[in-house]
Design a protein around this ligand. Sequence first.
Ligand code: DGJ
Length: 733
Amino acid sequence: MSITYDSTCRAFALHAGNCSYVLQVSGSGHLLTCHWGASVADADLSFVAPVRMKTNALADEPTPAFGLDTALQEAPAGNGDFRLPAYRVELANGAQDLDLRYVRHDIATGKPSLRSLPATYVEDAAEADTLTIVLRDALSGLEIQQRYTAFRNFPVIARSVSVVNAGSVPVALLGVASASVDLILPPQHVLSLDGAWGRERERHRTPVRHGVTLIQSRRGESSHHHNPFLAVCDAAADEAFGEVRGLSLVYSGNHQMAVEYDAFEVVRLQAGILPEGFRWLLEPGERFDTPECVLVYSSTGWGGLSRAYHELYRTRLVRGPWRDRLRPVLINNWEGTYFDFTSERLLAMAREAKELGVELFVLDDGWFGARASDNAALGDWVVNEQKLPGGLARLAEEINRLGMTFGLWFEPEMVSPNSDLYRAHPDWCLHVPGRPRQLLRNQLVLDITRPEVRAHVMDQIISVLRSAPIGYVKWDMNRLLDAYFSPALPAARQAEVMHRYVLAMYAMHQQVLDAFPDLLLEGCSGGGARFDPGMLFYAPQIWTSDDSDAIARLEIQAGTNLVYPLSAMSAHVSVVPNHQLGRTTPLATRFAVAGTGSFGLELDPTGFSSEERAAVAAGIAEHKRLQPIFHHGDLYRLRDDEKCVAWQVVLRDRSRAVLTCVGRLAQTNQRPGPIRLAGLDPSARYAVRELFGDERSTVASGLTLMSAGLWPVPDFQWTTADFLAKRWLLERQ
Ligand code: DGJ
């Protein structure tokens, strides 16, 4: 068992990989945090968790006997705790806080799945143990079930909460965090992943300051702006050193990630659905389940944190046949044609792509209804036979005949005002009756919380998918939600709309997967607005950003792969000058950057010169050779500064590795230096082969490569051109 209970001090120790999490029931029945960090011994539990009796609920001094105001709490709900509450309610009498006391606990092997919500899972019950602690508010009868799963082989604790109304009158939930933890730590920094369209998930790191720091999405999606992730680290922590603690919320809607630093230097970390604008009415006997929050502890800096999230998410969040399968090299026609295509043009692209080594042809936006621009037809999921005579079946079959899989774009959650669907059902979108409807990209959001709306859309999509051999779907979502209102719900339930929307969207994804279990789903949201763990449960890969410029992607992908595995990041080679930035980068650089993720082309290859054709074909062939390393390997971000970025990916058995270096702007008169590698077998000798250019090779031990380092040629501090890239393949001899 990775979870033990010591009844003398009423403490629980959860051991997960090299980390321990200790919590305790106080003499008064409050649930307290004692430790989340490096391993502690079970025999020392009474030392880590000395018996604590509550002396004064409002004590404002950090005495060993505690008051709620200063205690390290696991389930704060007001009532004498003045910091950020995990739980806020509105009881029948109007009271908003809870007096939560321990009732019982249960320790079981395995990990239960969550009702209607994505979550990490185990394949064998022996992989994890789950502790459930039940707390109760005697006045209302409200029961809080806090679940903690300790994964034995990962430094991961997965937390979630169910709230049960065991009372006799309705209760409104105003805020339910998925996880809240109080810690005493040395000075910390907080890191979040924030951005906007075209520059998603930039890393922002600042010292933790007194007061509350909130990272929130209010856009109805996890958003371009703030990813549902937050971490704190030692002030000096870097890629390889220092303690880092991360919270990643498995959710795709409005979220709140918080860190509070109080007067007694306690750090409270919290994650959950955004409480603002949320009110969930719980009738007697009903249960509300929160999304899961995945907590990772690393004592080896950001690199250790990333590798733990990557392995967990790659193997125990992503599901289905595509989890372990190498992803097909694809071509997507979007940047190649936008809306301007015919069957002939698409087939010409497909024929050329096949010659280059492409395995999957993806037809993006514009194949349905009267969709000649982004001004029409969302919701009319019927093939436009004028553009595609013979329908999708003919096109898909011809592409299959070429030896490629056919894939298709949808945007199922949306409706264009200029569509047959909207003309027939103008009330089927989210809107506040009597108020003008606000368009974004000329479209409105369907009210998928209504079963009849969902059924209509799903019937259309499933019949399109049945009409032709389609092996892949790109599920896009190109606008945020502004009107949080469903005319089908009573006033008292309007603040449930945002969460109901997310649940409905998950149910739609599951319905498609149930009908087509072998389908490869790719998530997308106007670029990477819904790149989150919730979507990864359904879609093993997600379009990372609409910005396909290789240099911009360095930061976008580094922020993304702080949490998400490389195989999850869709990344494509596009033309130069780049459509988003106008920048010109070498082809090798575009391959080096896109090749670290789930790879494809986003261009029209029919105009390639013979040199371009040869270079792209060679790049694709090389990608296929390296792909197993990128898909299954461990990532080390070795360097990221104004001169260059160096990423190394090593297979888990340390037999093969790829080092990728990308130079930024060339600089004159800089001192060259080596790049120290990581994660190799020190006792093995590796053949080190340069992949672009003259393919020079050398042999050195893992020990030397990690201690003295590799002197890259060309040296990125002494290059004669901007944005050069180099790759080395290391193979154990
Ligand atoms: C936004 C996506 O990010 C693009 O890749 C493309 O699919 C367009 N939508 C199509 O409208």
